[in-house]
Design a protein around this ligand. Structure first.
Ligand SMILES: C[S@@+](CC[C@H](N)C(=O)[O-])C[C@H]1O[C@@H](n2cnc3c(N)ncnc32)[C@H](O)[C@@H]1O
Length: 332
């Protein structure tokens, strides 16, 4: 039987799939685009949330959209084309937001949206290597102009480093077995495709039935871990969360949508820190800071999608939405 050819750069791109914006109603109700302010969409993707925000602004608001993936930009541009003069689209990493905003002459914004993770445009394009269900090169870079691909990591990391990545970023219980199998397998030649990696994982993970996660493919956690490592997703998020609130004008709001516990934990901790009255470590016993709360947390518990939304859009399944509002006395 002849093997199906791998999708490659020389092949025409498949038609762009539609990415359904997650928890759109809640995003619109917190960011209040109808008030006509400036909004930063740090994760523009195909522009689903952005288009809805601009639509709801009825010609009065402005939107600055970032994506680190240059392939997302033309799709977003097309989607936002009807909103002439109301948006600026830039290839940028949201971890650099302060510098980019300064460079563009935007002195703060009234709303920020971070819809974290990857988009349907990325996962459904086999040439990008994000999906364990699609044959393709083991790439996974959101920005393919540089940096290590998943194949680089899989083929050059030590077994111990691979185990750490799978455990830390994938919370994969079989990290040890998968890392060992990868090390053994690559002795026969590089692991270059998604299909090769999936086969290795499937062979190495023989979970007893009681440990099977129903409805999850054996490669789910490994692919998540590699994607996070390749794109240094947690590092960029942590960088943004150091002082991201300073981009908000007084009364401005930030909405973060996280899709796994690692990123949600970072968001939750940062929002708490920004909202706290004192940031001295408890062991100091005497408060030595003049820190004032910078934000108010509007979602003491994260919001989750309705069961109807999850039925209509499985990508929404693990979404956790958190919101803060910049205190009136805050800078801007
Ligand atoms: C979940 S999608 C956003 C979908 C979008 N909200 C929509 O409704 O179409 C996430 C997007 O964020 C981008 N992204 C992820 N991390 C980023 C970062 N650190 N800086 C900029 N863009 C990032 C990804 O390339 C992807 O296109």
């Amino acid at each position: 039987m002849q093997a199906a050819p791998l999708p490659s750069e020389s092949m025409p791109p498949p038609p762009a799939p539609v990415h359904i914006p997650v928890m759109l109603e809640q995003v619109l109700s917190f960011l209040q685009p109808c008030l006509g302010g400036d909004i930063l969409d740090g994760t523009l993707g195909g522009g689903g949330h952005a288009a809805a925000l601009l639509e709801a602004s009825r010609g009065r608001g402005r939107l600055l959209g970032f994506d680190r993936d240059p392939r997302a930009l033309p799709v977003a541009r097309q989607r936002l084309a009807p909103f002439v003069g109301q948006h600026v689209i830039v290839q940028a990493n949201f971890s650099q937001a302060a510098a980019v905003l300064r460079g563009l002459g935007w002195a703060g914004v009234d709303g920020i949206l971070l819809d974290l993770g990857f988009s349907s445009l990325q996962v459904e394009d086999g040439r990008r290597g994000f999906s364990f269900l699609r044959p393709g090169p083991l790439d996974m870079r959101m920005d393919q102009s540089g940096g290590q691909s998943a194949a680089d990591i899989v083929n050059s990391s030590s077994e111990e480093e691979l185990r750490r990545i799978l455990r830390e970023y994938g919370e994969e219980r079989a990290a040890r077995a998968i890392a060992r199998a990868i090390r053994q397998e690559r002795a026969h030649g590089p692991i270059a495709t998604t299909t090769m990696l999936v086969k290795i994982i499937e062979r190495s993970v023989r979970r007893p039935a009681r440990h099977q996660r129903p409805r999850t493919h054996a490669a789910t956690q490994t692919f998540q871990a590699l994607r996070i490592a390749v794109n240094q997703e947690l590092q960029h998020l942590a960088l943004f969360l150091r002082e991201g609130y300073t981009l908000l004008r007084p009364g401005g709001r930030m909405v973060a949508l996280a899709y796994h516990s690692l990123e949600d934990r970072l968001v939750k901790a940062a929002f708490r820190r920004w909202a706290s009255a004192c940031i001295c470590p408890p062991q100091l016993q005497i408060c030595a800071c003049d820190w004032e709360p910078q934000v108010r947390v509007l979602t003491p518990k994260p919001l989750t999608p309705t069961s109807q939304e999850v039925m209509d859009n499985t990508r929404a399944r693990s979404a956790r939405l958190r919101v803060v509002e910049r205190c009136e006395g805050g800078g801007g």
